[in-house]
Each structure stands twice: as C-alpha cells, then as structure tokens.
Design a binder for this molecule. Structure first.
Ligand SMILES: C[S@@+](CC[C@H](N)C(=O)[O-])C[C@H]1O[C@@H](n2cnc3c(N)ncnc32)[C@H](O)[C@@H]1O
Length: 222
C-alpha cells in the first residue's frame, strides 16, 4: 500500500511569482528553499495544511514579507508564535539588516524552525517557550519590534507580550480585513494595557493578492 505522506510530498512546489525577486532580492533562492520545505516537511509534519501548498507564496510567504515596510532599519525583532516561521522567516529573508529571534513553544514547530535555519545558514535565533514566560523574556533580551500573525486576539497578545514590550517597543500584528475593522473598538482596552498610537496600515499594496493589513502600536512609557 502506498504511504499517504508520499502523495503530500509529491505535490509540486509552487513557482515563485515575479514579485518574489523584487521582495527578496538576493535571498530569493533562500525563499524558494523555504517554500519547498514548507510544501514538503512542513506538510508531512502537520505544520501547513496540504491545501495551502498552491498558495504558499501569496497567502503565507509574500503576505508575511509585506510587513517589512513597517519595520524600522536595523531593528531587533521578535516573532512571537512563529509556528512554521511566519511571518518571521520571510521578514528575515527580505530584511537582512534586522536581528531576528523566533519564539515558539511547540517542540515539533521548533524542530522545523531549526531545520530551516540550518538549511538556509541563517543567523536567526530560536527560543522555545511562551512569550509570557520569564525565561523567554530573559533569553530574548532587548526588543525593538514584536511581530505576530494569527497568534491570539490583540488584547490577549499584548498581555502575553508584556515582558517583551518595554517603553518604545512596537507591536506589529498581521491581521485580516475583518480583524482590522475591529481595531478601533479595541483601542480603549489596548491603551489600558499600556499601548499607545494604535493604528492600522495597509502593507504590500503592490503585491496584489499578497497585500495585507498590519496593526501597529507602541508600548507607552510607564
Ligand atoms: C495559529 S498558529 C500561527 C503560526 C504562525 N504565526 C502563522 O501565522 O502561520 C499560532 C502559534 O502561536 C503559538 N503560541 C500559542 N501561544 C503562545 C504563547 N503564549 N507564546 C508564544 N507562542 C504561542 C502556537 O504554538 C502556534 O505555533
């Protein structure tokens, strides 16, 4: 009998769209290797649904890289709840000036992240644990920007990231259109949790289907 994981492995790895070279520059080959790992091992290990494979570039990799334009030059970035590396890895590939740490509690996801870092020879750090754990905050060190996609509703995410968010640190969350529409109603709660300048911003508008929205906010001074 054939092993069902063979069929999953046999799905063709999607070709990069023309915009990939523009977004990733010299790292486009590394982005292609990452997409191949997501489509192969990422699916077999249950980190990415098989149906996502044909839309890995638009929905996941370019969609994640779109937030690059919202991140300041040379920032120390922590991607919280990175999962299979989204948005952190595409961001790190598009922006080699950033110093990137991926935080993820689940062992098999961390293993996959380690495999990707090794395969790409990337300088990123991986910290296993939950954002709210003291040991994670200590291991991560000072942070300029926290990124997150699909980790938790914003007020809960801010609560989990409290230790990572020192005055002036930005939180940049990738959100869908529906979640973006709910942001104005969340501002009082986010401000009460110590955040200021909460705003939504369209990013990657030139990327067509990969365009998305981010919510940007800053930790207020105590
Ligand atoms: C729905 S997945 C999203 C993964 C990835 N960000 C993406 O967009 O594909 C949520 C991730 O958040 C992680 N997570 C859940 N609670 C967390 C916490 N308290 N701190 C850090 N990561 C957490 C989970 O292990 C999981 O990998």
């Amino acid at each position: 009998m054939s092993d069902p994981s063979d069929e999953i492995r046999d799905q063709p790895v999607p070709e990069p769209p023309p915009s990939a070279s523009r977004v990733f520059g010299a790292a486009v080959g590394a982005a292609e290797r990452y997409v191949a790992m997501l489509a192969g091992d990422g699916v077999v290990r249950g980190l990415i649904g098989p149906r996502e494979v044909p839309r890995l570039w638009d929905r996941h990799v370019l969609n994640s890289a779109a937030l690059a334009e919202a991140v300041p030059e040379g920032a120390r970035v922590v991607d919280v709840g990175s999962g299979a590396g989204l948005p952190g890895i595409p961001l790190g590939l598009a922006r080699p000036d950033l110093s990137l740490t991926l935080v993820e509690p689940m062992a098999r996801r961390v293993e996959f992240l380690q495999d990707v870092v090794t395969a790409l020879g990337a300088p990123w750090r991986i910290v296993r644990g939950r954002a709210e754990e003291r040991s994670v905050v200590r291991a991560v060190g000072p942070v300029d920007v926290v990124t997150a996609r699909a980790v938790a509703p914003l007020p809960r995410l801010v609560g989990w990231c409290r230790g990572l968010l020192t005055p002036g640190t930005q939180l940049i969350a990738l959100v869908g259109a529906r979640a973006a529409a709910e942001v104005p109603g969340l501002v009082p709660e986010l401000e009460a949790a110590g955040m200021r300048d909460v705003r939504t911003r369209a990013v990657g508008v030139e990327l067509g289907a990969a365009a998305t929205t981010v919510v940007v906010m800053t930790r207020a001074a105590r």
